[in-house]
Design a protein around this ligand. Sequence first.
Ligand SMILES: [Zn+2]
Ligand SMILES: [Zn+2]
Length: 499
Amino acid sequence: MEVVLSSSLDQQLHAQLIKNELPSLLSSAALLRSHSISRQIHALTVKTVSSSCNLLHNSLLRLYSTSSQFPSALKLFDTIPHSHRDAVTWTLLISAATESNRPSLALRIFDSMQAQHGGVLPNAATLLSVLRACAVIGFPSAVRRAHVVATRLGLASEPSVLTALIDAYSKCGRLNLAERLFNKHIASTNETDVFSTTAFIAGLASHGRSAEALRLFYELVESGAKPDGRTVTAALSACRSSGMVCEGYRIFNSCTSKFGVERRIEHYGCMVDLLARAGRLDEAEEFVRGMPFEPDPVMWRNLVWASNLHKDIDRAKRLIKERPSLLLEEDGGSYVLIGNVYASAENWEEKARIRRRMTTGKVPGCSRIEVKGIVHEFEAGDSKHPEGASIYRKWEEVMEELRTEGHVPRLSEVLLDVEDEGEKALQLQHHSEKLAVAFGLISTRPGEDILVVKNLRACEDCHDAMKLLSRIHGRKIVIRDRIRFHHFSNGACSCRDYW
Ligand SMILES: [Zn+2]
Ligand SMILES: [Zn+2]
């Protein structure tokens, strides 16, 4: 479709322009998500049409925001006079920032929107974009600010905003606030709403409260409300969180017949992860090979990860060799994973090759923590933080406490093929979440909860250390990894060591 449009773009565009249908043409082009088409249409629009039309500005911005071209969206936004920037204009820029993985910038744009030239009032769509950015960042203070704005504007109980608030609070570690909003909504409307219920089921699942998530799912089904694809994904993730294979099969098999939901790739993805994590690797692999979709990188990586976890190294190596592109194009996490597979296989040559690729630009892991409204980011072995020396000193103290309590470092989690055991232990101590927690310990009050957001799965050594640490220091430590939340308290984790 893209090729056809490009080849006859000029003629088609002129014809449309003559009919004054540029805004609708722009909307159609936005669906194509093509950078080159966006630029061509932008250039032609600028040449042909007066620059003072709000509808056209917004249509052009939509074009850039849907095709994740934030720099172009920002450039265009800067040319729009202040008086012409309405709520739609600002919302599109916020959405463009979020879509192009700049959630913090999206929040700063939201602040500017309300501050500049008397401010522009956000609408429900603005709040949805902002709350999406909040959910990516993972810290509750921004959600609270957006919630206050929504309440002030009378939009907090608007169904789409309420659903986004439940989702954002859950993803920012505040499931209790999500629950309060959800219960209040149910009590006030007395009817089942699929969207907010789905958001809350997903929240319960990611925090490991699988039984409650499934109870709510079946209540929804029995109420006669029709679940959608996302509801089924949320229910399957609840099964995944607690290794409930039979329940997962039951839901997956009833997807079309009982719930009227067509199976999508994410449903297959949940099943593959559920089976693989439970050690049913043959079934998981059959699922991937038998499904009517091409496997995606997340699915493939989960399969390799579980093969490594269950010590089926031959399978892991075979899967890596079969689809290396699915793993290596995705992110640094896959490099860590492949490195670990080759370490398990004691193939140091391959591991060194992966290590070289890792050092050429990919960031393997990072953890963030918010203290007094400022987000601090740590990479493994990081020395960039201004309080680096105190942070490392603190973690050394913690390590001493952990050792006294019987913690034995899991050296198998060290990625690099380091010969020296002491060096291995040192590598392990400097994983990003440990540095973030050490910073949390020196910069918050004793007893205060610590929330860390990490971009990869937690490793076993960090998991062991956090459990013990929560008991020694009498603190709740919450870590959101790429799969789920871990709530460490009094020596145990909410995931019951299953993740
Ligand atoms: Zn770790
Ligand atoms: Zn855990």
